[in-house]
Design a binder for this molecule. Structure first.
Ligand code: ATP
Ligand code: MG
Length: 276
């Protein structure tokens, strides 16, 4: 299997050398975006600059989303042409774009936001307001919400339209006329319901939600306790602001684990014979 992998990489490198854009795209885009990222970060900068001209901002955005180290993604974004980079950021899900921007200085953030398409920029600006390590800072605003008075059929139609841009389609959040979060149902609940069923009759009313200021570590614990794949984030009036998905939480747990590890390493310094 590894051998196959190696050959594949060689083939991709040859296509780049021969400037065979079509061949490269066909082979490269067939791979899973994580594997694309692995190939991508192993290349020299000059090769990466070539790849940027072969792929669309959307295709590059998928690769950037597969890289876990925000510092690394920031460096890649910084080597791109700024206009292209801002399109890449706009194509990423807003929470991930914010994580990367948070690694940059204020002037850089401002310059990216001014050249970005306004709707993406507005969403990012909104998320940048939340304090680091809170629900608001790790949530994404690409969720699916329906109204409690809608039927299953209407909701299914809406789901089809919104699914391509949603972070997860597994849970649908239910709002009342004042746009307050009043229920939730899973995709499974929706699929098995007869078409004319009202959403309010099949939704779960006791919604577990977190406030935007809640600490990310507590949210990780709730995610483990309840075993949901996502949790909704609400403001003090129960308006739905965003969702946090289990993959956001996996990143948090990794981050917290390495923080704890550094703390542990710090503690062990006390044992060292030094000037005390
Ligand atoms: P089941 O486990 O019953 O087979 P499922 O596999 O379709 O359901 P799960 O992810 O296990 O889906 O979710 C179970 C139920 O939890 C769903 O019916 C959904 O309505 C409900 N649910 C999802 N998110 C929340 C939440 N934040 N608060 C309360 N209930 C929720
Ligand atoms: Mg289940």
């Amino acid at each position: 299997y590894e051998k196959q992998y190696e050959q594949h990489w060689k083939k991709l490198q040859q296509q780049l050398k021969r400037e065979n854009m079509e061949g490269f795209r066909n082979e490269f885009l067939d791979m899973h975006s994580y594997d694309q990222a692995m190939f991508f970060i192993e290349q020299k900068k000059s090769i990466r600059l070539q790849i940027y001209t072969y792929l669309s901002p959307e295709e590059i955005a998928d690769i950037m989303e597969s890289i876990d180290e925000e510092e690394q993604t920031r460096d890649l974004i910084s080597e791109m042409d700024p206009r292209f980079a801002s399109m890449v950021l706009a194509e990423m899900s807003a929470d991930n774009a914010v994580d990367i921007l948070n690694e940059m200085d204020k002037d850089h953030i401002a310059s990216f936001l001014t050249i970005m398409d306004t709707s993406a920029a507005d969403e990012i600006k909104h998320l940048l307001h939340y304090e680091e390590k809170t629900a608001g800072s790790i949530m994404t605003t690409e969720f699916i919400a329906t109204y409690k008075t809608n039927t299953a059929k209407q909701t299914m139609q809406q789901l089809k339209e919104q699914a391509p841009d949603a972070e997860t389609i597994y849970y649908l959040y239910v709002l009342d006329a004042d746009k307050r979060l009043v229920g939730v149902l899973s995709l499974r609940d929706l699929i098995v319901a007869p078409e004319d069923t009202k959403i309010e009759s099949i939704m779960m009313e006791k919604v577990v939600a977190v406030s935007a200021g809640k600490d990310q570590e507590e949210i990780a614990q709730m995610m483990r306790d309840y075993d949901f794949l996502a949790l909704p984030v609400v403001d003090f009036q129960d308006h739905l602001l965003g969702i946090i998905t289990v993959d956001d939480i996996m990143d948090v747990m990794e981050e917290e684990a390495s923080d704890d590890y550094s703390k542990l390493a710090g503690v062990s310094d006390i044992d060292k014979p030094n000037d005390t």
